[in-house]
Design a protein around this ligand. Structure first.
Ligand code: NG6
Ligand code: CA
Length: 507
């Protein structure tokens, strides 16, 4: 860091700007956390963070899958504005371009140290399928404002099954060069489809039958890796250890940490110490492991004397799903557990459980023990955190993001006027006021390729009154043509114009 950077850093400290940890779970549902009502699994650490902070009941991700949802968080731009924000392959090129302004830039500008640890899923390298996994990647998170990164390229169910640290495979093993393809297998390498006998840890229920790494079938093909390959049972530990280390290294300088767990995405294969601990099997244990990770972070903050000066945001990238392609008995063992809470649908869906997510904020200046039903959206992360860090966003950047610091810290009840959410079928659905709107969409009512999930497709407009317990079961569109029109106009106008955001909710 140059002299100018140092000056900025101490300025940030002098004004008492807090550290920020944005802790993003994967596929964790509204109903998966005990303070949101889960009874068959306990999340005591998350619950304790909640007691010290504000918990939101009406919080929305921008998409019902990971890549587009994360794109919105990091850039403050809706994912439907950009081609190629669908669920990314492990060898996708970088989806956020280096000239885009990101949340990391917000903090870098304020003199903070910035880090990204855990699941990434937004592409790496300048060109799809042409990365050299054996050297330094030609584009990585350092081009997006992150000083440090330790990440999984995509998801645990996609190759390459290695961590990338500052643009290079961590623990690189020169005796086992890495090759990756999403087109064809490498000669002689086993696949889940052809060699089920090597699936020693988990079998697939749909998809996930290409390369077998660590006894688990994956999406995509890879060869090599040697001792750099992750062991699925250690992923949470590796992510937590790097996060704890990052916190310890930045005791003296304000930091922003974008911390993304692999839990509770598939393949769910948590550490041995959680095995047999949940009546819901592997998925329940993955939730327990998530809670443990949060505990590692809160402990590290306490140990380093940073607990009172760190804002911790805990949320999820999209809604939950039970069977997402591995035979982990999630469905059969769920019992009365409702991972999506009271909401209809699941991950992928246009219905609310696809994108309503847990959202908890704690730390200095945040109301303790508060429950807020203000409508909040992750699209506002960038502008809200800029407000917190005292950063001025450059003109033209993060245009869809709006500052809602008072709401996010529980000091105001003001709702965002609307939330737009991008479902897996590319429908843009909306919440505003008491209403939920789903635009007509052709196609089957259920996903056809594996997960038992309602798409939300219907030939007619769907309008639901979310203020009643009927939620998304009683279509009120025929009785409320004015609201249907208003939603159609909202979705049309926002998608046609970057940065357009009406100020009033639909009544
Ligand atoms: C699906 C995968 C699913 C999961 C999802 C992305 C199959 C059959 N299913 O295509 O397992 O990886 O993509 O999840 O391949 S997300 O949370 O990263 O968006
Ligand atoms: Ca996800």
């Amino acid at each position: 860091m140059g002299a100018a950077g140092m000056a900025l850093a101490s300025a940030a400290q002098q004004t008492g700007r807090p550290n920020v940890i944005f802790l993003l779970a994967d596929d964790l549902g509204w109903g998966d956390i005990s303070c949101y009502g889960a009874e068959r699994v306990a999340t005591p650490v998350v619950d304790s963070v909640t007691k010290a902070g504000t918990r939101f009941l009406n919080a929305h991700a921008c998409a019902s899958t990971s890549t587009p949802s994360r794109y919105a968080i990091l850039t403050g731009e809706y994912p439907f504005r950009k081609q190629g924000t669908d669920v990314a392959a492990g060898n996708a090129g970088m989806i956020i371009s280096p000239d885009q302004y990101t949340v990391a830039d917000v903090f870098r500008q304020a003199g903070y140290a910035t880090g990204a640890i855990g699941k990434w899923h937004l592409g790496l390298g300048s060109r799809t399928a042409e990365q050299d996994w054996n050297g330094k990647l030609d584009q990585d998170l350092s081009d997006l404002g992150f000083d440090y990164h330790y990440i999984m390229a995509a998801t645990a169910d996609r190759v390459p099954c290695v961590f990338i640290e500052n643009g290079r495979v961590a623990n690189y093993d020169p005796s086992a060069p890495i090759a990756v393809s999403y087109r064809r297998n490498f000669p002689g390498e086993p696949t889940g489809a052809a060699n089920p006998e090597v699936l020693t840890k988990l079998r697939h229920s749909h998809g996930h039958d290409m390369s077998v790494v660590n006894g688990i079938g994956r999406i995509g093909y890879m060869k090599g890796g040697g001792r750099a390959l992750w062991q699925d049972e250690n992923i949470a530990d590796s992510i937590a250890a790097k996060a704890v280390d990052f916190i310890g290294r930045h005791r003296e300088r304000p930091f922003f940490l974008y911390l993304c767990t692999n839990d509770v995405h598939v393949p769910r294969y948590p550490h041995e110490r959680f095995r047999g601990k949940s009546p819901m099997g592997l998925r329940g244990e993955a939730i327990m492991q998530f809670d443990w990770t949060v505990g590692q972070i809160t402990e590290a903050l306490r140990r380093n004397g940073l607990a009172d000066n760190t804002i911790l945001i805990i949320t999820s990238d999209n809604g939950p799903v039970l069977d997402d392609g591995y035979d982990d008995r999630a469905e059969e063992l769920a019992g009365t557990h409702k991972p999506g809470g009271p909401f209809r649908g699941a991950k992928y869906s246009s219905f609310e459980a696809g994108s309503v997510i847990p959202f908890i904020v704690s730390g200095p200046g945040v109301q303790a023990g508060k429950v807020s039903d203000a409508l909040v959206s992750q699209i506002d992360a960038l502008a809200t955190l800029a407000q917190l860090a005292g950063t001025r966003i450059p003109q033209g950047a993060a245009q869809d993001s709006r500052p809602f610091l008072k709401t996010w810290t529980g000091r105001s009840k003001a709702s965002r006027p609307f939330a737009l959410k991008y479902a897996a079928n590319h429908n843009i659905v909306a919440r505003s006021g008491r209403w939920k709107y789903i635009h007509p969409m052709k196609g089957p009512a259920m996903i056809q390729w594996g997960p038992k999930v309602e798409t939300g497709n219907a030939p007619e407009p769907q309008l639901y009154d979310m203020s009643t317990s009927l939620g998304e079961t009683a279509n009120r569109a025929a009785d409320h043509p004015r609201q249907v029109k208003a939603f159609q106009k909202l979705i049309h106008d926002v998608s046609a114009t970057k940065g357009y955001a009406p100020k009033r909710p639909i009544k």
